[in-house]
Design a binder for this molecule. Structure first.
Ligand code: IYR
Length: 217
């Protein structure tokens, strides 16, 4: 592999602090949203946030991801039906009481209208291996890589000024079927993206204080 110079930046200590505060404030204003407007916007925005995600680091630079953009109304409906079926089973039977108690403050239930309301759904697939000419090639740290890319994606959506939800109906096999994905891909996250509904509300959550999440050695 050829090497090339790294285009570096060089900020002073004061600039570093100011930039870290600014980005912290910007990103910590992001919230998971469950009520979407149907207001349209260009698909180009979605393509750009996805390509931001696809710039994430990955094990051995294998980039083990596929991002499916769903904009077709009928396919969105099919996905809503599939997700609600799994979610109904989750809320009615599968979820242990402790899990339901943890979800209660968030006000979630099996109904997922946002899967039809949001103009776009992004379905993130992880590639557990790659296939070329019937040969299987290994990917590495797939969950870590796709998790990092998904973090980039959420940050990019927020920076653009749109909202999203990291939705994980479980199991997600219905997504592979509806979207006709190959056998080396598994659904990782289902992310509706759009403008928030006029009357969107969010639970008044708090974040842990620094002392609770940081240890200095
Ligand atoms: N997948 C379900 C349940 C759910 C689970 C967790 I953990 C959440 O943080 C939120 C919801 C649903 O989407 O409703």
């Amino acid at each position: 592999m050829a090497f090339e110079p790294f285009e570096k930046t060089d900020y002073s200590a004061e600039e570093l602090v100011a930039r870290s505060v600014q980005f912290r404030e910007q990103l910590s204003a992001r919230r998971s949203i469950r009520h979407f407007s149907r207001r349209a916007f260009p698909r180009e925005v979605i393509e750009n946030v996805i390509m931001t995600a696809a710039s994430a680091p990955s094990g051995a630079n294998k980039q083990p991801w596929t991002f499916v953009i769903v904009e077709d109304t009928d396919v969105k409906r099919e996905i809503r039906i599939g997700a609600e079926e799994e979610e109904k089973a989750f809320y009615d039977r599968r979820a242990p009481d402790e899990w339901l108690a943890d979800l209660e403050p968030l006000g979630t239930d099996w109904r997922k209208p946002f899967l039809e309301d949001a103009p776009f759904l992004i379905v993130v697939f992880k590639k557990v291996f790659d296939v070329e000419k019937d040969h299987r090639f290994k990917n590495y740290y797939v969950n870590e890589s796709v998790g990092i890319a998904s973090g980039f994606l959420l940050a990019a959506i927020h920076q653009v000024g749109l909202v999203a939800l990291t939705h994980t109906p479980s199991p997600m096999g219905f997504l592979s079927k509806i979207l006709k994905r190959p056998e080396n891909e598994r659904a990782f996250l289902l992310i509706p993206v759009g403008y928030p509904a006029e009357d969107a509300q969010v639970p008044a959550i708090t974040r842990k204080r620094m002392e609770e999440v940081v240890e200095i050695v």
